[in-house]
Write a protein that binds this ligand. Structure first.
Ligand code: SF4
Ligand code: SF4
Ligand code: SF4
Length: 323
């Protein structure tokens, strides 16, 4: 697929359809893939990459890219198209300035799951018939592909692109995923067990802001957490209150807009399962207001920014019996 993507990007640059391309390039390590903008065929040939580690969602970068002159080509996986649509709906991306090529999605790989097997000094990772062949400075190692699948891909909600101008590869279907399984487990815990679970997780937060910075729903020009008058701007949490507050406020801010793209958990250096917090909100919104998938379209009104006479009353929430 990588070759077809480079070929098509070069064609669109050459005929003037687009002025630049947003995709991915390799960093210092073979698995260290990062979003990048390309403006020439030479750059594409030299640096463009799309492989099992190309997990980053480039939608959020289009907010800044579409504020510039010219048109940009974006390669979007199915999950990324939901974020893209949501940003178009929120008038954060100028749709006219983007040419979207839908590409096949994952499953993508999580290098941390490979390293957790004690495999270090990694030089390259190849997928051979769903067995990973990992070349290291100490020799060759193997492990089953599915043991290294990225968390967000393991509970993929959809292989269907909700927006594209053209496709490379096949479009898929919305999946009946298992994504609420862990949320249900948390719901079945006692209040104390749940509190202990989240304290255990959130106490690991170093407030690096990576989750907020990568989140396509967090595109505010001035984020409350950067306010110098708040006393909590850009610093490590001082106590458990500050640890909880950052995450609870962020979860409320993205409620009804979070597309469940899984990027927050993917980038967290402390491996905190942040998506579970957002998924709980998604599950509650589905149950209280009817099924709703943020980013599935660009026109529907989100339950939390809409009013209907059938809206859920506070008493209904109370009756659900919060322990
Ligand atoms: S990415 Fe992880 S460590 Fe960094 S602020 Fe978010 S939760 Fe905390
Ligand atoms: S909160 Fe996490 S899952 Fe939701 S849109 Fe932001 S990065 Fe994606
Ligand atoms: S945390 Fe809230 S204020 Fe900050 S960027 Fe996200 S949505 Fe905006």
């Amino acid at each position: 697929m990588q070759e077809a993507m480079i070929k098509r990007a070069k064609e669109l640059l050459a005929d003037g359809s687009v002025d630049r391309v947003i995709g991915w390039k390799r960093g210092e390590f073979t698995y260290d893939i990062t979003p990048a903008v390309f403006t020439s065929a030479e750059e594409l040939d030299r640096d463009f990459v799309c492989d099992e580690f190309t997990a980053a969602n480039v939608s959020k970068y289009l907010v800044k890219e579409t504020q510039k002159e010219g048109r940009v080509l974006a390669f979007l996986k199915p999950c990324d198209t939901y974020s893209f649509n949501q940003l178009v709906k929120e008038h954060r991306i100028d749709r006219e300035k983007v040419y979207v090529i839908g590409i096949e999605g994952g499953p993508k790989l999580d290098i941390e799951k490979i390293k957790a097997k004690g495999i270090t000094g990694i030089l390259s990772v190849k997928n051979e018939d769903y067995t990973l062949k990992i070349e290291t400075v100490y020799g060759t190692q193997t492990m089953p592909f599915y043991e290294a699948v990225l968390g967000k891909c393991a509970s993929c909600k959809s292989k269907k692109h909700v927006v594209f101008d053209e496709l490379i590869g096949e479009d898929g279907d919305v999946l009946d995923s298992n994504r609420f399984e862990m949320v249900e487990k948390l719901e079945n815990m006692s209040a104390q067990e749940r509190f202990d679970f989240w304290r255990d997780q959130l106490s690991k937060c170093i407030r690096c802001n990576a989750c907020r910075n990568v989140c396509p729903a967090c595109t505010c020009e001035n984020c409350v957490f950067d306010n110098p008058k708040s006393g909590i701007d850009n610093k490590a949490p001082a106590d458990s209150f500050e640890e909880n507050m950052f995450h609870i406020i962020r979860a409320f801010h993205v409620a009804g807009r979070c597309t469940d793209c899984g990027e927050c958990s993917r980038v967290c250096p402390q491996h905190i399962p942040l998506h579970l917090l957002n998924r709980k909100f998604i599950k509650d919104i589905n149950e209280l207001y009817g099924e709703y998938q943020a980013g599935a379209d660009t026109t529907s009104r989100a339950p939390l920014t809409d009013y209907t006479k059938d809206d859920c009353e506070p008493s209904v929430v109370h009756e659900r019996g919060v322990e």
